[in-house]
Design a protein around this ligand. Structure first.
Ligand SMILES: Cc1cc2nc3c(=O)[nH]c(=O)nc-3n(C[C@H](O)[C@H](O)[C@H](O)COP(=O)(O)O)c2cc1C
Length: 320
């Protein structure tokens, strides 16, 4: 196992992606207790919420866990302060450069792992003094860049001298083994954990993930400037139609369509609202077809990856 994960003391180099509204204490504690690394999704939540979640995880497990910080959140300063005070083992970051927080987080004992969609951003993060890079491909659920995991991971591995964690499109041991072959030191999975028993999302959301096929996601926000992969539903179709119409009209006034998207993930998670909610999920939703405890997911994918990497039928076939 990579020294990064050894330092953390986890059993498997498997990170459960910090998902806003979705990744709260029940799921995070279950993943960490099972030997992975659970990560609380703090999204745009206020600091009090984040502290409550951190303490709820600590009450359930003494294993390491993380917090995902959205650097564009209006509460980012207070959230960072809570993380410092609570000495959280890992901080993953999205939507920006965590450079200004690195010294404080480091002093509080946190490892910092930014999520990046490109080689240029990965290099910039290295200069910011982070501990590893999560390279996330556009197969993934939630906000995305434009490169696939297959193309992005080896290029980031070649470009930086830090451990790289592959994210996007990984839902089982085959994906983990493939990511390790690309040079990753570990993986981050989000969509697979949407189906975990402990995941507190509305049944409409969970069922939509379980029913989804390979082609059932689409990307909204490409024109608006923050692309996100979500399940096809009335909301995502309406959003896409509206932003395309604006793009074609040439007015470039996206205020109305942005308004449509505000709070849409919360409406999906809490209300299961198919008309107005964004059911964020990745392309691997088509591989997720039953509910299991998070521990069973972690064990299953880790054992499958172990078998493939230790005794690979692919390697034997290649060598023949
Ligand atoms: C519902 C949902 C919400 C997400 N929210 C966040 C977030 O708040 N911050 C973040 O850095 N990544 C977020 N992600 C991305 C995940 O952390 C993870 O990197 C991604 O899901 C991995 O790809 P996969 O979905 O193919 O497994 C989200 C993903 C999903 C599915």
């Amino acid at each position: 196992m990579s020294p990064l994960f050894e330092r953390l003391g986890v059993k498997y180099p498997i990170i459960q992606g910090g998902m806003a509204w979705v990744a709260e204490a029940h799921l995070v504690a279950a993943v960490s207790a099972a030997g992975g690394l659970g990560v609380i999704g703090s999204g745009h939540a206020p600091a009090d919420y984040v502290r409550t979640q951190i303490r709820a995880v600590k009450a359930q497990t003494d294993r390491p866990f993380g917090v995902n910080v959205m650097l564009l959140s209006p509460h980012v300063e207070e959230v960072i302060q809570v993380i410092e005070e609570e000495h959280v083992a890992v901080v993953t970051t999205g939507a920006g450069d965590p450079a200004r927080y690195v010294p404080r987080l480091r002093a509080a004992g946190s490892l910092i792992l930014p999520v990046v969609p490109s080689v240029a951003l990965a290099k910039r993060m290295v200069r910011s003094g982070v501990d590893g890079i999560i390279a996330e491909g556009m197969e993934s659920g939630g906000h995305i860049g434009s490169l696939t995991t297959m193309a992005l991971v080896p290029q980031v591995v070649d470009a930086v001298d830090l451990p790289v964690i592959a994210a996007g499109g990984i839902a089982d041991g085959r994906g983990i083994a493939a990511a390790m072959m690309l040079g990753a030191s570990g993986v981050q999975m989000g969509t697979r954990f949407l189906s975990a028993q402990e995941t507190q999302i509305h049944p409409n959301y969970k069922n939509a993930v379980l029913k989804a096929k390979d082609v059932d996601t689409l990307v909204t926000g490409l024109y608006v400037g923050h692309a996100a992969r979500v399940l096809k539903n009335p909301m995502s179709r309406a959003y896409l139609k509206m932003e395309r119409q604006i793009a074609i009209s040439g007015t470039d006034d996206y205020a109305g369509v942005e308004e449509l998207g505000n709070g849409a993930l919360r409406r999906a998670v809490q209300e299961g609202d198919n008309e107005h909610g964004s059911f964020m999920a990745g392309q691997v939703a088509g591989m997720v077809d039953h509910v299991q405890p998070a521990a069973a997911i972690v064990d299953e994918v880790a054992q499958q990856a172990n078998q493939l990497l230790m005794n690979s039928p692919v390697a034997s076939a290649w060598l023949q």
